[in-house]
Structure formats: structure tokens, C-alpha cells
Design a protein around this ligand. Structure first.
Ligand code: NI
Length: 130
């Protein structure tokens, strides 16, 4: 079934934080949306870049590059790509994001650091239930 999906309606259909819903599939890629709040975990995707578009609020991404750490601060309308192989840790005071990444990409990467907090869903994305 291929019907139009409204992103605002999709986001309103679930409350879980850091638990992406797949709103579209294209070639070998998923388009996912998620609510963001609080700290994610340091993780890395060894084989793929990860695209983010901030739909609402603020979304920050800490990055470890060449032994240094920096944080990009993103607001609604901002896009950013985390390069493959780059350790990153998202955090947010509250917001919503759209991600574009290969189907099967895990939210917690190929590996992550430390314990997984209860508010973080380790998933390759959930189907949108309508
Ligand atoms: Ni990631």
C-alpha cells in the first residue's frame, strides 16, 4: 500500500522518545521520524552516513572527529549528515527529527558505548500504524 503520509500526523500517532517510525521507503532507504528528548548514547555506523532533518525543536549531535569532540546544534529546518564511521551522541531538549538511512540501520549503530538507558529504543525502525 502506498498512500501519502503526513509527517505531523505521523508524529502525533506515537509518543515514544528515540523510537523511529518508518514513514516511507525509497530504493534501499528508509525515511524515519522520531521524537527526541534527553541524551542518546555514543554510537557509530561503520558502513553508512546518517542524514538528519530537524522538524521541530532542537536536536544536538556530539561528534568525535580526529580525536577532538564538537557538538553541532540544530534547529527546525536544519539538515546535517553524520559521516560513516564517526562516533556520535545525539541529545535534545525536546523536538522531532526526520532521518534518511539504509533500511536495517540500527538506532544504536553497529556498537554503542556503555549501558543502554531505558528511554532509548534499539531498533531498525517501526512501521507506522494507522
Ligand atoms: Ni546514529
Amino acid at each position: 500500500m502506498n498512500d501519502p503520509v503526513n509527517l505531523h500526523a505521523a508524529l502525533a500517532s506515537f509518543d515514544q522518545i528515540y523510537s523511529p517510525r518508518i514513514v516511507a521507503r525509497m530504493n534501499d532507504y528508509d525515511v524515519r521520524v522520531a521524537h527526541t528528548l534527553g541524551e542518546h548514547v555514543w554510537h557509530v555506523h561503520e558502513d553508512t552516513d546518517e542524514f538528519f532533518l530537524v522538524l521541530d525543536g532542537e536536536f544536538d549531535i556530539a561528534l568525535r572527529e580526529n580525536g577532538a569532540e564538537r557538538t553541532v546544534v540544530l534547529h527546525a529546518g536544519d539538515v546535517f549528515v553524520v559521516p560513516r564511521g564517526t562516533e556520535h551522541k545525539p541529545s535534545s531538549p525536546g523536538g522531532a527529527i526526520l532521518m534518511f538511512e539504509p533500511t536495517g540501520t540500527a538506532t544504536t549503530g553497529d556498537r554503542y558505548e556503555g549501558e543502554l538507558p531505558a528511554h532509548i529504543d534499539s531498533t531498525t525502525g517501526h512501521d507506522l500504524t494507522r
